[in-house]
Each structure stands twice: as C-alpha cells, then as structure tokens.
Design a protein around this ligand. Structure first.
Ligand SMILES: Cc1cc2nc3c(=O)[nH]c(=O)nc-3n(C[C@H](O)[C@H](O)[C@H](O)COP(=O)(O)OP(=O)(O)OC[C@H]3O[C@@H](n4cnc5c(N)ncnc54)[C@H](O)[C@@H]3O)c2cc1C
Length: 394
C-alpha cells in the first residue's frame, strides 16, 4: 500500500455541510480534502427546497424561538454571500427574493399578529387583494409577502465544487482509527488510499451513523425523519411560499423550470403533506397531496399537469422527543467532528462552528494539496424531478 496522504482535515460527505466545511478549512489555510461515496449532495441537499428560511416558518406559534432566530441570522449572512461578500456565492441561482405566506381560512389578524411578535430581521408584510398574484385569487385568508430568498441547491453545489474539484474524491471510507494526535482513515476508491489527518469531519448526513460507528464515537447520536415530497409539473406559474393553518405549514411550494422542457415549471411541494406522506401508500399520497394543493391554491388549474413524489430521509442530531432539532449541531469528540446543519441555510454557520472547535494551526502542506490525479472525482447528484416517475393528474 502507498504512503498515507498527510493532511489537516478529511471531510466525509459532499452535501452542503461538507462543502462549506471544506471551503472554511481551506480558507483558513488548512490542508483539507473531501471524500464522497455517492454523488455530491445526494440525499438531503439536492432534495432541499432551497429556502433561506427567514425564521418565520419556525415561529408560527407566535413567538420566535432559538431556531427561528438562528435561521433568521443565518439567512441574513447568506444575503451577503449571494451579493458577493467574503465568501462569494454571487453566481448561485437565486430563484426568488420573495415568498408568499397565506391562510386558507379567514383567520384575519392571526398572521399579522405573528409578524408583530417576531423579533426577527424579516417580518411578513400584508398585501392588498389587488396586489396578489393570480394563483392566490380565491384564497379567503390573509396574504402576506416575506423577504425570504430561495436558491437552486444544485447551483450552490456547482459553485462550491468548481473551485475545489481537485479536493474531491469518489470513494468509500472502510476503516477509521483514532489516535491521540491524528486519525488514520482507509478509503476504497479506484485503489486503496490511506489518509492520516489531524481531524476527521463527519458531514455524511445519513451516512454519519456508519462513519461514527467506524470511529467509535458514541456521543453524537442521530435521528432520522422520513418525508415524502410531492412534485407537480406543467404549464404552471412560478410559486414560492407557505400556506399556513394555525401553527402548521400545510404546504410549502418552491418552483423551477423543468430541466427537460423549459416550457414546463416544476413545483416542489413539502410542508405538512411531506411529513404525513411516509405513512401512506404512494397512490394514496398522490391523491392526498393533490387534494391539499388544490385546497391551498384553489385558483390554479392542473389540466395537463403531471404528478410525482419521492421519499427522502432527514438526518439530524437526536432530540429527546424525535421532533425537529431546534439548532444546528457541530460536536467534536477526540479527533472527530460531527456536523448536522439541520437546515441548508445553517450550513455556513455549522462550518464556522467547526472551525472554532478545531486546532487552527495549519500544517505546511498548504490548503490546496489535491488528491492524486489518478483517483476519480464524484459527480453532482441529479435534481429529484430529473429521475421521477410522472403520472398525469386526472
Ligand atoms: C425535502 C427536504 C427539503 C428541505 N428544504 C430545505 C430548505 O428549503 N431550506 C433549508 O435550509 N433546509 C432544507 N432542508 C434541509 C437541508 O437540505 C439539510 O439540512 C442539508 O441539506 C443537510 O446537508 P448535509 O450536507 O448534512 O447532508 P446531505 O445533503 O444528505 O449530504 C450528505 C452527503 O454525504 C454523502 N455520504 C453519505 N454517506 C457517506 C459515506 N459513508 N462516505 C462518504 N460520503 C457519504 C452523501 O452521498 C451526500 O452527498 C430540506 C431537507 C429535505 C430532506
């Protein structure tokens, strides 16, 4: 076997958490490399709706909790990056800078009260009936706009990987051996590769469980939350927003132009329906999801449109009650740091927290030491609607 590659940090997993961690480590002058066992962003990042949550969705009870405030602060940092700040993400495709928030029932005032109570940077603004888009006609409850940005997660992956392609390896970690001052990692790729790193950064989403098992790390337990996302494709308007009832988001809709046919728009629909979906058969879910979508957006015709859905698992730090964690998770145990950003919007913050937890003095190998040129690079994962099985909506 060849000599080990000696670096400061090996990052395992190339979703948004791993790619932001790689960028942060290299920016700080550390020699850092990343290994991905499938395709970059496979799992959660390419399934993400790309909403840089302004926190409002998390404060529907009327009060802004820690998670709402954290997301709101993170969203603010993103705006600086998208505008070309310290970390320049100005080439990431911004799909909208404004989302809608609407109620299906006439609970006038409830949403306004929500905005008034929030200690967030972004507050929803009420709009007149005459200013509503056509697809919101026929909604009997209040309609608000929200300065919430939505990005194309795949273009984020492109922007994060393009300057660092030589730092990315397609391979599978097969053993991890933690020592006092370093960690030895064996990787199966087109050949066996040994890495000796001062830090191993576990950013593998669902795969963190296996990596932590190999490293004998027991104090970063994971939970999984299954979702089933709905998608509708056809001659549709670009819709971005959340339909709210009480403290629940009935549906969250984001849109993009279909990759296969630019005349079609794809709605990507999550929210409560996605949480309910895993308990249903696929056909039952199709019926249920379309019923909900039609109730939430009554003015929209779906003639000629197609429906598809797909299951996806959220991988998060374990909470006592199995519910959504309120904060991003970055935890160091010996030589292993585990990151679950919990939300895409939080990934840069999680990377910054990681940097605080690492010993910062870089080795002399330098930040831009690449993987050997003969080793394979991972591809970007496909968007969910590119591989979906579509059925005509009756
Ligand atoms: C349906 C859905 C919608 C969402 N919408 C939003 C949203 O609108 N806004 C928001 O802020 N957040 C959203 N999120 C949350 C957000 O997508 C996730 O928090 C975030 O993408 C997690 O990123 P990650 O890099 O930790 O994990 P992942 O994106 O899952 O990436 C993990 C990577 O590690 C790789 N991997 C796995 N095992 C191994 C291994 N053993 N070795 C090497 N590599 C491995 C995987 O192939 C993958 O590339 C959404 C999540 C889902 C599921």
């Amino acid at each position: 076997m060849s000599e080990p590659i000696i670096i400061d940090a090996l990052i395992v997993g190339g979703g948004c958490a791993g790619l932001f961690a790689l960028a942060a480590a290299q920016r700080a002058g550390m020699s850092a490399l990343l290994v991905e066992n499938n395709s970059l962003g496979f799992g959660q990042t390419t399934s993400s709706q790309g909403i840089l949550h302004a926190g409002v969705k998390y404060s529907l009870g009327g009060l802004a909790g820690d998670d709402a405030k954290e997301a709101s602060e993170a969203a603010h940092e993103w705006i600086a990056m998208l505008d070309g700040g310290l970390m320049n993400l100005s080439n990431v495709r911004v799909l909208t800078r404004q989302c809608y928030l609407w109620r299906t029932s006439g609970l006038r005032g409830a949403a306004g009260m929500l905005g008034a109570k929030l200690a967030l940077r972004t507050r929803p603004e009420s709009i007149d009936e005459s200013a509503r888009p056509a697809w919101l006609a026929g909604v009997s409850g209040e309609v608000l706009t929200l300065a919430e940005t939505v990005i194309d997660p795949r273009s984020l992956l492109q922007e994060l990987t393009a300057p660092r392609s030589h730092s990315l390896l397609k391979g599978r970690v097969i053993s991890v051996n933690q020592c006092a001052n370093h960690v030895d990692i064996e990787i199966e790729s087109s050949r066996r590769v040994m890495v000796r790193a001062r830090h191993l950064i576990a950013c593998a989403g669902l795969g963190n469980q296996d990596i932590l098992g190999l490293a004998h790390v027991a104090d970063a337990p994971m939970q999984q939350r299954p979702l089933r996302q709905a998608m509708v494709r056809g001659a549709l308007p670009m819709v971005f927003g959340h339909c709210i009832d009480g403290a629940k988001t009935r549906i969250t809709v984001t849109s993009d132009v279909s990759t296969h046919d630019a005349r079609n728009v794809v709605w990507h629909v999550g929210g409560q329906i996605a949480e309910d979906g895993p308990a249903m058969h696929e056909n039952e879910f199709a019926q249920y999801a379309m019923d909900e979508i039609k109730k939430c957006i009554p003015a929209q015709s779906f003639t000629g449109c197609h429906f598809a859905s797909y299951p996806v698992m959220r991988a998060e730090p374990r909470t006592g009650d199995g519910r959504r964690p309120s904060k991003t998770f970055t935890h160091t145990s010996g030589r292993v740091t585990t990151i679950w950003p919990v939300k895409l919007v939080m990934a840069p913050m999680a990377a910054a927290a990681m940097m605080k937890q690492l010993e910062l003095s870089p080795r002399t190998t330098g930040a831009h030491m690449p993987w050997p040129a003969d080793l394979p690079r991972p591809e970007l994962a496909a968007r969910p609607w590119e591989s979906a099985q579509w059925s005509a909506i009756s």
